[in-house]
Design a protein around this ligand. Structure first.
Ligand SMILES: *Cc1c(COP(=O)(O)O)cnc(C)c1O
Ligand SMILES: [Zn+2]
Length: 429
């Protein structure tokens, strides 16, 4: 048991603390839902001692579990036996040059078992659900969280139920089915699926992995910040771009950077910049109000519409915490149009050799726009988190490359004449 590290669950708004093994494992019961997210509290002086006794540089576990003392699992053997985290970090000279940056770093989380950033969080939720004795785990999801939960549950043979909107891309549905989750496809939006998942968990006493509801996700999601720090030799970039749906990944990254400062690994943390789609920009609007008036509230009436399904969220469940964290990280929120996302989808693999699904490319679109509009310093270093693989949404990918030529040729004596003719008209990029 490493209870000496994880000490409490604490309400983000009223500050009330709850027993980590108690009956409250979702929201603070006395605060309004979107303000009631619980936060894991750690004893950082104990973590510091542990990190001193067993330095990160000597650890051989190349996965999220190398940060065990900072994870919300009490049983140190509660690993999910899949290779989650320690995703590659690439420096892209071409991307940096095109964007007028000193360095561009690409953190490629398509390398996770289900090809999205969500695996970092699902592992935490499944480990906790198992050690708390729940009979099953359940989530609402735009697709990636459910695919990821299905795989992490399967890895330890824990029952898994998922609720997904009807627009979920086929590849993500196939993942859920392949890992044997019980799949409910909701005739409605993600926000509809979310409400149903809450009621299902209350009715059947399952753990809920849904974002903004499960207090353990952010702790898995913060590992990306720790890895970025280790992979850059604790020379963090000036800015970090990440796309935002519910606001859980960005909250996690901000928490990770805060911890790195708290534990004395870095002096400065990056500005963390959250990118939403214009058609699902609830948090950008809330951010603008927050900056102008100091009021933290979320308009729950926006009907999301964007090609970036993973961030097609009308009511961001982790939004309030995300806005607070982004402010503390001296960052900001911005929106990009679907057109800008499609352009970024095409540019990302050409400039960095990494493909992303629309929601992942949205972060790159944010960087392109941010550098064009002088929202970030020229000659600075930026990192982009690629949160999901380019093959996750094949319809969006087909649209993005619809006009790229597939040069049709026929085998036979004339084939090289054809090839030569085509090459004459082809620009090698
Ligand atoms: C879930 C997801 C996001 C957004 O994460 P939130 O925690 O909902 O803000 C971004 N990109 C991809 C690929 C995702 O699956
Ligand atoms: Zn509270």
């Amino acid at each position: 048991m490493n209870k000496q590290y994880l000490t409490d669950l604490k309400c983000n708004t009223c500050g009330q603390t709850y027993d980590i093994n108690g009956s409250i494992q979702s929201l603070c019961p006395t605060c309004p839902p979107l303000h009631a997210t619980l936060e894991c509290v750690f004893d950082y002086s104990a973590v510091k001692e542990a990190f001193k006794a067993n330095p990160l540089s000597k650890r051989r576990d190349m996965s999220i579990f190398r940060y065990m003392e900072l994870l919300p699992v009490l049983n140190p053997d509660a690993h999910i036996p899949l290779q989650i985290g320690w995703s590659p970090l690439y420096a892209s000279a071409t991307g940096a040059e095109k964007l007028g940056l000193k360095h561009l770093l690409i953190k490629d989380d398509s390398h996770n078992p289900t090809a999205s950033y969500k695996d970092r969080a699902s592992a935490m939720a499944v480990a906790r659900a198992a050690e708390l004795g729940f009979s099953a785990i359940c989530t609402a999801s735009t697709g990636n969280a459910a695919a990821s939960l299905a795989a992490c549950s399967r890895a330890v043979h824990f029952p898994c139920v998922v609720f997904v909107p009807e627009k979920t891309p086929t590849a993500k549905l196939i993942q859920m089915l392949a890992y044997g989750a019980i799949v409910f496809r909701v005739e409605g939006t993600y926000d509809d699926a979310f409400e149903i998942s809450i009621r299902a968990c209350e009715t059947f006493d399952w753990m809920n992995r849904s974002a903004g509801y499960n207090p353990y996700l952010v702790e898995g999601k913060k590992t990306g910040a720790w890895e970025l720090a280790e992979q850059t030799g604790f020379n963090l970039p000036d800015t970090v771009f990440v796309s935002v749906g519910d606001g859980s990944i960005i909250s996690g990254l901000c928490k990770g950077f805060q911890e790195l400062a708290e534990l004395g690994y870095v002096k400065h943390i990056p500005r963390v910049i959250g990118v939403q789609a214009t058609g699902a920009n609830t948090l950008v609007r809330a951010w603008n109000r927050f900056v102008e008036t100091g009021a933290l509230d979320i308009d729950t009436t926006i009907q999301p519409s964007t090609i970036a399904d993973s961030i097609s969220v009308g009511i961001p469940r982790e939004g309030i915490r995300a806005l607070r964290m982004v402010k503390a990280a001296n960052g900001f929120m911005m929106a990009v149009s679907d057109e800008e996302i499609l352009t970024a989808m095409r540019r990302l693999p050409l400039e960095t050799a990494v493909m992303g699904e629309p929601a992942a490319a949205a972060a790159y679109a944010g960087l392109i726009k941010g550098s064009q509009m002088n929202m970030i310093d020229k000659n600075s270093t930026a990192a982009v988190f690629v949160t999901g693989s380019g093959l996750k949404d094949s319809v969006a990918a087909e649209n993005a490359w619809r006009s790229s030529p597939l040069n049709a040729i026929k085998p036979g004596p004339n084939v090289f004449n054809m090839i030569t003719r085509i090459l004459k008209d082809t620009k090698i990029q």
